[in-house]
Design a protein around this ligand. Structure first.
Ligand SMILES: [Zn+2]
Length: 277
């Protein structure tokens, strides 16, 4: 449910983004009313999907799910159920934001700047860590289940969050913040980033290069110590390091804080529950 709502809090598409999405959907004949598409796409392919349908291809090369999710969200429900081959092909597109399909006659490149959202259970039976029901899985079964997601793929995911079961009485709780309210904060943070990067040909924190991170993600001594301790304990990759810094920069932007403070780093580290696996 949360995954499906994500598109409702993302910033509105710019005119250029709308054009890109419309073009892709026109290619595959999915823009039946032939008008400009203005809502961000949300794609949620079934776990039986082939690697070709995921990234695109075929004898008459067509865009895959990653391109249909361009400027929007690609949601993979029950991530460990997907074939390993269909997940591993995501690594390149997640990094490059484009997919190239080579054929004898031609080379085609489709854009695929999507947000990957995935869900999984804590174990095969689903109750590991649950306060009320007992998990029936063995340690080995749980390890096998988690190992179906490769380290390199996991390394490309910025936030991992555990959610517990919702109590019945909370299901109809209408006092939560609306998407519209949250979206205002998202837009504000996005505007701060547009403004900060206007001379650098990027728009958001996720696009920061290592060189730009040295300029815009400066850490205080105390924040560096927190990060160092976390890294030594969890032996993380350089890629994870830059992801944590970018997330901390975004948390600071949401708070309209000019500098990254210790609390922003600490919050970013709380969204890394799979590091401890
Ligand atoms: Zn279990």
């Amino acid at each position: 449910m949360m995954a499906k709502r994500i598109v409702t809090i993302l910033p509105d598409m710019t005119f250029e983004e709308s054009l890109e999405v419309t073009k892709i959907y026109s290619i595959v004949g999915k823009n039946s009313n032939k008008s400009l598409m203005t809502t961000r796409p949300f794609r949620s392919p079934h776990h039986t999907i082939s690697s070709t349908s995921m990234v695109g291809g075929g004898s008459i090369p067509k865009p895959g799910e990653v391109s249909l999710a361009h400027n929007g969200v690609l949601f993979l429900d029950e991530l460990p159920e997907f074939k390993r081959s269909s997940l591993e092909v995501l690594r390149g597109p997640l990094e490059d934001r484009t997919v190239s399909i080579s054929r004898v006659q031609s080379n085609l490149t489709y854009p695929c700047n999507f947000m990957l959202v995935a869900s999984m259970n804590p174990c095969p039976c689903g109750y590991f860590g649950d306060k009320e029901r007992k998990c029936k899985c063995t340690e080995q079964q749980i390890a096998n289940y988690k190992n179906r997601i490769s380290g390199p793929l996991l390394d490309r995911i910025d936030l991992h969050i555990e959610v517990s079961n919702v109590k019945f009485k909370n299901l109809s709780n209408s006092e939560e913040e609306s998407s519209e309210e949250i979206k205002k904060r998202v837009n504000k943070a996005r505007n701060i980033q547009e403004e900060r990067y206007k001379e650098y040909e990027i728009h958001s924190n996720s696009e920061l290069t290592n060189r730009l991170m040295e300029k815009f993600c400066v850490l205080k001594e105390s924040s560096r110590n927190i990060l160092e301790r976390y890294f030594n304990k969890n032996s993380l990759s350089a890629r994870s390091y830059s992801k944590i810094l970018k997330v901390a920069r975004t948390i600071a932007d949401l708070e309209e804080s000019k500098d990254i403070e210790d609390r922003h780093i600490l919050e970013a580290l709380r969204y890394r529950s799979l590091d401890k696996r």
